[in-house]
Design a protein around this ligand. Structure first.
Ligand code: RB5
Length: 148
């Protein structure tokens, strides 16, 4: 999986990286480095979205101040389904019903313990498919550009 944050999400990113190592989940960190004072969230979200589109990673995690900007950018990439999850229930639904492949999260809105619980829930919940896949099919190729 790929993980990235802007300056407003860098502490949670470091926390997540330690947790992922503990879970034995392999990840690539696309930045920003812990000492970066200002960063543009779109640049980070674009990096993770491109890795998913290229099939290099299956999942992504993007952290900014609120998770909102990261989700807006990532969702412009076809095949990327980013969900801003402020609770564990939203993470369960985002995976189970929406097959979200990117978790976005706000460091300024969610404390470290809840953030870790949301991360773990997101990574361990499976997609339910069936009628939910049919609904995803209704928007996945919304621009009609997918090569078959
Ligand atoms: C940075 O100040 C902040 O705007 C950004 O982290 C994020 O919350 C945007 O959605």
């Amino acid at each position: 999986m790929a993980i990235g944050s802007d300056h407003a999400g860098r502490d949670h990113k470091e926390l997540f990286k330690k947790h992922l190592e503990g879970m034995k989940v392999k990840f690539v960190d696309v930045g920003v480095a812990p000492d970066v004072e200002k960063a543009n969230y779109p640049e980070v979200a674009i990096k993770v979205a491109k890795l998913i589109q290229a099939g290099e990673v299956r999942f992504g995690v993007l952290i900014c101040g609120t998770g909102v900007g990261m989700a807006m950018v990532a969702n412009r990439f076809m095949g990327v389904r980013a969900a801003n999850c402020p609770t564990e229930l939203v993470a369960v639904m985002a995976r189970g019903h929406n097959d979200a492949n990117v978790l976005t999260l706000g460091q300024r809105t969610i404390g470290p313990n809840l953030a870790l619980a949301i991360l773990e829930t997101f990574l361990t919940t499976g997609f339910e498919a069936g009628r939910h896949q049919e609904r995803i099919n209704l928007f996945e190729d919304i621009y009609g550009t997918k090569k078959s």
